[in-house]
Design a protein around this ligand. Sequence first.
Ligand code: PMP
Length: 444
Amino acid sequence: MAARTAADGLTLDAEAIALDRAHVFHSWSAQAHVAPFVVAGGSGSTVWDHAGHRYLDFSSQLVNTNIGHQHPRVVDAIREQASVLATVAPATANLTRGRAAEAILAHVPDALTKVFFTNAGADAVENAIRLARLHTGRDKVVSHYRSYHGNTGAAVVATGDWRRVPNEYARGHVHAFGPYLYRTEFWATTPQEECARALHHLERVVQSEGADSVAAILLETVPGTAGVLVPPDGYLAGVREIADRYGIVLVLDEVMAGFGRTGSWFAFDQHDVVPDLVTFAKGVNSGYVPAGGVLISSRIAATFDERVFPGGLTYSGHPLAMAAIVATIGAMEDEGVVENAAAIGRDVLGPGLAELASRQPLVGEVRGTGVFWAVELVTDRDTRTPAPASVVGALKAACLARGLLPFVAENRVHVVPPCVVTPDEARRGLAVLDEALTEVTATR
Ligand code: PMP
């Protein structure tokens, strides 16, 4: 076969865009305004198009590929599993599935003893809500306004951001204002005050709803899509106390924050709290094959020893996804991937972003941990006026033009490279972001 030329690559990129625009209906978009970005291949923290333009992936493809692109151990494991058994029903004992569950549970507190596998994050949240309702015999679910829990029935109603829609599943969903000091609606001026404010508010919401009607408090340990809102010290431990006081199940959603993203295996490891249920997806196998699930405490699992759990999915514990989980977790352990994420956050991204914030007038606040950071853009640092979509769009374009693929949401750029990003790559990405901010500031 003749070697492919750059011209061939451009033709393939044009074809990818033309086919996408002709046939693909996109998530979260007005279809006429979709501007597709071609990703044809990747390796580690880099992706490229067919023509060979390379981009440092500071998005991790929706905060997902924690282990980086095309990790050979994971790709090989999927290939090998496919050659032996490419599908199997959930009600079977499958060695790869058992090993995947064992590998996950090795990284959580002893109180969590079982894994219910799902296809993604949203159905993990659906099933966590169901487990909590059946376990408690109660109905209501309290979550944060600033949250994202998925885009299916109950998960999208639990979600607090703009995607939240009233629908037939809305039964019993209640929202509270979690901690967000930079834009608190209330009187708090320090992290400690904001923590006390949010805990007081949450408890009042629970009491006002009737504590004996509340099945679950469902929170992202670190709200991600809503802006990497790392909770103040003591918040989650305080939520745990409220849940215990009223017999409520504490569900922590670690779909985005889990599996190394925050610099620990789970974000709750950093917050002195043991949840009753944990939802996960994304980083569990870096999205190489869709998978998610719920970690279940022995106490809640025991509810269903004699009683039927009426949930299930044909592809629950799909062997290709399970093989990818075993290989991903094995590689993360052997290669110190979580430790790398922590070091990158501590030594490069944290100090680098703080320095950038001190100089760049468009930056209102930076916050985060590990490889999980948000840069909040404002047009006025005193009034904290959120930067409009035009500024965020210009910044994204300036990053892309310099070979950096950022993740943008509302008035923020999220700095979320793979957990395997090297110090040099992280510094290079920050330098591009700095240049892009300077360019956008100068042209406003
Ligand atoms: N929970 C959280 C915290 C998430 O960030 C997401 C996805 N961004 C979901 C749930 C839903 O996951 P999925 O898109 O895999 O359904």
